[in-house]
Design a protein around this ligand. Structure first.
Ligand code: 13P
Ligand code: SF4
Length: 300
């Protein structure tokens, strides 16, 4: 299977991008594995005809926004982020009418249509920096992740209007799980993702994007690390830091949509050149403004 994928990848002049939450075998055949920001940055610079995106729909859409002349494949069309689907462009337009003049910041976990209605886009790794740069804005509407929004508020002191969306997978990570593991491994460091509930975040030593976690664990002197995010990342952490022990806060923190992508589906996708993710040109141009602003702020 892997051989067939690799051969077909060459024939198609394709590149395989994988998010850190993908199945281990998917991460292992990818050309690049990363977090949402790293994957967008990679997509923006890619020199290939085809991008096979092993992640969820909004990530493939972001690649299509940045590379309109490339074919973007999402090996399972059902791989959609439920949090991104907790807001529609229509609902956002409605909210904007209630808050005229508000600056709209959307988390990258949003549809292209929602990005098109937003002023700025951000990921978990640049959200705090982006909101800090908006000190001139009187009112900020942050969509759709209320917990990431709340975390940014605590870090920046900037009050925002928060859309009540959330990640159901990170919602499975409960404070009592962290408390129990801290008792069991008192020497361990706790790292969590900002999509976690505020009570979980308050128990953590460090709050990071998935890419930030991969970098952090290599630098810290801690040998035992309690990890509060989707468990797919454990594969990469163990592979890159084999001498350390990684303890997932919850074995239940599995994103079923991320796990829809498999080696078989990657192969079928490259064989049939489907399902293609293509953002409508009018939407793309509007959404690109918000995404470009995010990429610009991440350069410095
Ligand atoms: P990052 O990998 O950007 O931290 O995002 C996590 C996530 O939930 C992606 O769906
Ligand atoms: Fe969406 Fe959460 Fe899955 Fe990420 S882990 S894709 S935020 S449901």
């Amino acid at each position: 299977m892997v051989d067939r994928i690799l051969k077909l990848k060459e024939t198609r002049n394709a590149i395989i991008l994988s998010h850190n939450y993908q199945l281990g075998e998917v991460q292992d055949i990818a050309d690049f594995v990363g977090d949402s920001l790293e994957l967008s940055q990679k997509a923006a610079k890619i020199d290939a005809d085809v991008i096979v995106f092993c992640g969820v729909n909004f990530m493939a859409e972001t690649a299509s926004i940045l590379c309109p002349d490339k074919v973007v494949l999402l090996p399972d069309a059902q791989a959609r982020c439920p949090m991104a689907d907790m807001i529609t462009a229509e609902a956002l337009r409605h909210k904007k009418q209630e808050l005229p003049g508000a600056t709209v910041v959307c988390y990258i976990n949003s549809t292209a249509e929602v990005k098109a209605e937003s002023d700025f886009c951000c990921t978990s790794s640049n959200a705090v920096k982006l909101i800090e740069s908006l000190n001139h804005a009187n009112e900020v509407l942050f969509v759709p992740d209320q917990y990431l929004g709340y975390y940014i508020e605590t870090k920046t002191g900037k009050k925002m209007t928060l859309w009540p969306g959330y990640c159901p997978t990170h919602g499975r990570i409960q404070p009592q799980h962290v408390i129990r593991l801290k008792q069991e491994y008192p020497q361990a460091e706790v790292i969590v993702h900002p999509e976690c509930h505020p009570e979980v975040i308050s128990l953590a030593d460090v709050v990071l994007s998935t890419g930030g976690m991969c970098r952090y664990v290599k630098e810290t002197t801690a040998e035992d690390i309690i990890v509060g995010t989707e468990i797919g990342i454990i594969h990469r952490l163990r592979k890159e830091s084999p001498g350390k022990r990684f303890i997932p806060v919850s074995e239940q923190a599995i994103c079923p949509r991320m796990k829809l992508i498999s080696l078989e589906k990657i192969l079928w996708s490259l064989e049939d050149m489907t399902p293609v993710v293509k953002v409508h040109e009018e939407t793309r141009l509007k959404a690109k403004k918000a995404v470009d602003r995010m990429l610009e702020i991440s350069k410095s």
